[in-house]
Design a protein around this ligand. Structure first.
Ligand code: HOZ
Length: 433
């Protein structure tokens, strides 16, 4: 694995060396580490539009977008200005605030499955709560998730999980009691027969099925034709609930998320990232009769000191307003298509096995002939080659997620020129791998 660099990153190295004695692995989330691609994480100083600058003043075109929220481009002036205005009134009330109504209405109007919503502080929190809710509503304990899908770091979901768990090759996490995960059943993504078999094996015990309708945490894996439809039918047949984890895809692959894009309405949805416009937010919502189980309307307890705080609500409201402007998703689609298709073409021209795809502002590619339908297929990608590619792109001013098992994100700030520069860098790197 190449770990040498022509980048001057002296300050980054100093800061990261100190960080390693202060925080586990020097980071506050494992996905930020460069464990699977080699070298050290870059320490950043500032962001703007499609760009990110490190503490040594190197500039990169950014395709991580703070892992999704920055769909309008980093530090959008209108988001910053709205935040400055609200900041004067204080940062948290711990009591109802009008801005919660505004964002709730925007989410309810946009996302087909959501009639009522509860704001929390992260995607992890949203998924934890939605699991409790489907169990409370159905009176059943088991849940089906898919291999390589990631629904945050709560105990019950750390089974064959994607994202950092896949990147670090951790099968399951110590500290998670077997009794907790005994109720988590898994199936390969895009495999309806495996889901049917689980329902047959555990009659009347499965509360629901949760999935990323387009996987972003095992790399980018879209659903096969008929897969989401099939899950909708199977869950209904068995009195179980269908949950779309749209933390990544919500407001990204369409304004109304994957459920709008594919025309399949789940019972419940989790959101995060974009609806916080770069501040910590998550949300879960769905049919009113289910959501009214949540305290204080109903008996299922879930709470949060900072939930619905005015700053996060403001950044979310302004971000959604920007996304509502005409031409937004056409622009995201066009730029991302150019990038994703260009990347595969460049890889193939250089003689590499490669496959990949995109939907709107989400993309990915693998160093394997493909096709990639599930996590097992994704693992066939040449990870050592990806690591060398990642380093080469970094040295040429392109910041990709430091893992093969993460989708990439574009934004409204990415220009044709950014994509051309990225593809020119990729061409150079691919020919040297
Ligand atoms: N969920 C994101 C990556 N798949 C990023 C959140 C994190 O784990 O830091």
């Amino acid at each position: 694995m190449t770990t040498t660099t022509t980048l001057k990153t002296t300050k980054s190295e100093e800061i990261f060396a100190a960080a390693q004695n202060l925080m586990p692995g020097g980071v506050n989330s494992p996905v930020r580490a460069f464990k699977s691609v080699g070298g050290q994480p870059i320490v950043f100083d500032r962001v703007k539009g499609a760009y990110i600058w490190d503490v040594d003043n190197n500039q990169y075109i950014d395709y991580v977008g703070t892992w999704g929220p920055a769909i309008c481009g980093h530090a959008h002036p209108e988001v910053l200005s709205a935040l400055k205005d609200v900041l004067e009134k204080g940062t948290s009330f711990g009591a109802p605030c009008y801005l919660e109504n505004v964002l709730a209405e925007m989410v309810i109007n946009a996302v087909p499955s959501i009639e009522m919503v509860r704001f929390v502080n992260s995607g992890t929190e949203a998924c934890m709560a939605v699991l409790r809710l489907i169990r409370a509503f159905t009176g059943r304990d088991k849940v089906i998730k898919f291999e390589g899908c990631y629904h945050g770091h709560a105990d019950m979901f750390l089974v064959k999980a994607g994202s950092g768990v896949a990147t670090l090759g951790l099968p399951d996490s110590p500290g998670v009691p077997k009794s907790t995960t005994a109720n988590t059943l898994t199936a390969p993504f895009n495999d309806l027969e495996a889901v049917k078999a689980l329902f047959a094996e555990h009659p009347d015990q499965i509360s629901g099925v949760i999935l990323e309708p387009v996987v972003g945490n095992a790399g980018f894996i879209p659903p096969d034709a008929g897969f989401l439809e099939g899950l909708r039918v199977i869950t209904q047949e068995h009195g179980a609930l269908l949950v779309f984890d749209e933390v990544m895809t919500g407001f990204r692959i369409a304004y109304g998320g994957a459920q709008e894009k594919f025309g399949i309405t789940p019972d419940l949805t989790t959101l995060g990232k974009i609806i916080g416009g770069g501040l910590p937010v998550g949300a879960y919502g769905g049919r009113k009769e289910i959501m009214e189980m949540v305290a204080p309307a109903g008996p299922m307890y879930q709470a949060g000191t900072l939930s619905g705080n005015p700053l996060a609500m403001t950044a979310g409201i302004k971000t959604l307003e920007l996304l509502q402007r005409p031409g937004t998703y056409e622009q995201l689609d066009r730029v991302t298509q150019k990038l994703a298709q260009g990347m595969i073409q460049v890889a193939k021209e250089a003689g590499h096995a490669a496959c990949g795809g995109f939907i709107s502002a989400m993309f990915g590619f693998f160093f394997t002939e493909g096709p990639v339908h599930n996590y097992e297929d994704a693992k066939k990608s040449d990870l050592a080659k990806f690591a060398r590619f990642h380093r080469g792109m970094l040295e040429r001013g392109v910041y990709l997620a430091p893992s093969q098992f993460e989708a990439g994100f574009t934004s409204l700030a990415h220009t044709d020129e950014d994509i051309d520069r990225t593809l020119a860098a990729a061409r150079e790197v691919m020919s040297s791998l």
